[in-house]
Each structure stands twice: as C-alpha cells, then as structure tokens.
Ligand binder design. Sequence first.
Ligand code: PMT
Length: 398
Amino acid sequence: MNLTGKRILLGITGSIAAYKTIDLIRRLIDLGAEITVAMTRSAQTFITPLTFETVSRKKVFTDLTQEPLSHITLLENSDLFLIAPATANIIGKMASGIADDLMSTLLMASPVPVLMVPAMNNWMYENPILQRNKEILEEKGIEVLEPESGDLACGHKGIGRFPETEKIIKKVIEILKKKEDLSGETVLITAGPTREPIDPVRFVSNRSSGKMGYSLARVAWRRGAEVTLISGPTTLKPPVGVNYIPVERTEEMMKKVISSFENATIGIMAAAVADWSPEISPHKIKKNGGTLTLRMKENPDILKKMGDRKGKRILVGFAAETDNAVENGKKKLIEKNLDMVVVNDLRDEGAGFDVDTNKVTMIDRKGRVSELPLMSKIEVADRIIDKVIELKRSQNLS
Ligand code: PMT
C-alpha cells in the first residue's frame, strides 16, 4: 500500500513503548507518509524530541505555546491523528473532556479520524474505569486498537502490550483507505433486544446488549453513510452522527423499520427481536403460591417483511444459533430473501450476546462462506461492511 501524500500527526504519550514508535515512523515514511510528531511532557522523560526530529526529519511539537494555533494548524495539515502509545491518562482526559496541554487540546479539536493505540500494565488496562473511558471514546467515533497480551515491561504477563508495528500500520491503512467508501449510501441498522410486556411492571426479553448493532452503526457512519439506528432498550449511548430511533416492543420496531427501509439502500438487522409476546395483563399479576402460565403469540418477522420489500437494496440478517449454526443460517438466508447472513454460533466462547467480541461466519447468496476469527465487535462490523460493499459492487456490475 502506498501512503504517498498521506499526512499523519503522531501523538506520543508517556509509556515505555514510546521507543517502539521509532520503527513505526520509519515504516510509515517508507510507505510514503509524512509524519509530524507531537509529544507530551511525560513522553519526553522516556525519549527525547531530538530522536523524533531525526527520524521524522521534521520539527517536533511539545507545547501549546511553541507556535501560535498549533493545536489547529497541525490538524488542518493531517489526514489522521494517531496516538501511539496512548496512556490511561490521555484516554481518561479525553473521556472527561480535559484539554490542558498540547496533546489533549489537539484531541479535543480534532476533525480528522483519531486512532489510539493503548499500551500499559495489564492491571491498569483491565481497570473498569479505563474500560469505561475507552468505551466513551469509541462511542464518540475514536478508534482504539486493542493492545496485545504477553510479557509486559513491568514483568507482568497479560494484556497491555503495544501491538506489533505491522498491526498498527494495517489499521492506519484501513482507516485512511476506508474513510468514505460508504458515502452516498443510506444504511438502516437495528440493534438490541425488543421487550414484550407481561403486565405494567414486567416484560419478556433477551440478553442482547446492542453492542453489535451499535458497532455497525458507528462503522457505517465513519465510512461515510447516512445511518439510521433503530434500537431496543440498551444501556449504550447512541453513536455520534446517526439518526437514532429508540423503540421497545417488536410491533413498534417493525413500524419504524418498515418506514425507514423505504429510503434505505442497505439494511442490516442485528437486533435480537423477541419471537413471542405474551397476553398483557392490565394489572400487576399477583403471586398465588402456585405457578404462572403465560400464553404467548408469535411476533411478526420483521426481517422477512424487509426481504419481501427488498428490491435492489442489500439486506443483511443475523442468525444466533446454538445448533447446526451454518445450516440454520443458510436456511434463514433463503427464507428471508437476504443477500447475506451473519451467523453467530452461541457455543463459541466470546461470541454473541453481551460481550465486546464476536466470532461470526458470513454466508452470501452465492454460497460463499467466510469464517472470521474472534475479534472485537467493531472489527467484525468493519468486515461486515467490507462484504456489503463487495456485494453492492457486484450487484452494480450485473
Ligand atoms: O447485542 P449484542 O449483545 O452485541 O449481541 C449481538 C447479537 C448476538 C444479538 C447479534 O449478533 C445477533 O445475532 N442478532 C440476531 C439475534 C437473533 O434474534 O437471531 P435470530 O436467529 O432469532 O433471528 C434471525 C434474524 O431475523 C435476525 O437478523 C433478527 O433480527 C431477525 N428477526 C428475528 C425475529 C423476528 N421476529 N424478526 C426479525 O426480524
């Protein structure tokens, strides 16, 4: 891949992994990229600006007052802001909206895509506060590349290692290349569970967290699409830039989906729709010392209705399976008139409901099967969108 003409602002923060960016800079320059380095004060305790001036052959920025308006001009002259290594401190500052030095002010001002590459001790990385902050950044459209597991500088073994240069470069290329490849498309995505009331205080639902659907919405928006996200109840914040429609019951989701689908060019149904709804009691059901029997009726199949109205749109469904996953997924592909089905085998560890990762198999109408390894839901979303674009292109050619 040629990165000629691509301008990368590299922010280095105070981690022992700072020295590894020397190799990263060299490799990016070899690919044709222009690198400008900014450093925090603590980064300079690990390695000097002179080193980076020598490697990048450019002036290094270390302070807000070094040059008037550098927190704006540096970004105006960049296609990507890469923060590597990113400390818990810079992640926490950004998540809390603190801009008190050059790095945090650049981050606050950035109109260009941001990629953070955390590197730190495993206890720090696993701290729920760090994890929550990371989620906040991702909700705001910032990409975070997962660190690797292995030997850490502090002598621990665990997650927190700065990834291999190759892996970072791959991600950089992916972001720079993919910036706008969905522009002109209108994507309708569903996420989360639906809830079916039993009485005024109780409901039937499932364990969908919405993470898969929200990741898809975030990725589709970042890649230039207009996105409508129709979501059942979750604890997630709607991703920036998307048209967000919250719903509760299946019937409600169906109405919103059918009307939004009219204007969509792509539909992706990641929601875990409740298959049945009980008869609703108008009063809170009282205990009677015995058993409670619920009479349930089957809910409409929203995806099937979308399949009937599909026309030239690309339609993707999910299948959450516990047995014969691929076979059942293929059946759903045909029955619901889909272009692609994304199968979650719920027996796989780290896959499916209420986790940050997923392991899926994508099957298209030509019977092509792509089995993906376990990866973050954001990465899975990127791979699904890659495949959607491929299907769209081959549809345009035929
Ligand atoms: O939300 P997360 O915690 O991140 O978990 C992600 C997920 C496991 C929910 C997601 O990856 C997933 O698999 N979603 C589909 C779950 C599901 O309901 O699968 P299904 O096999 O029952 O349904 C097949 C397809 O038909 C799905 O696209 C579903 O949205 C759709 N459907 C199902 C029933 C129904 N009445 N109407 C529908 O449209």
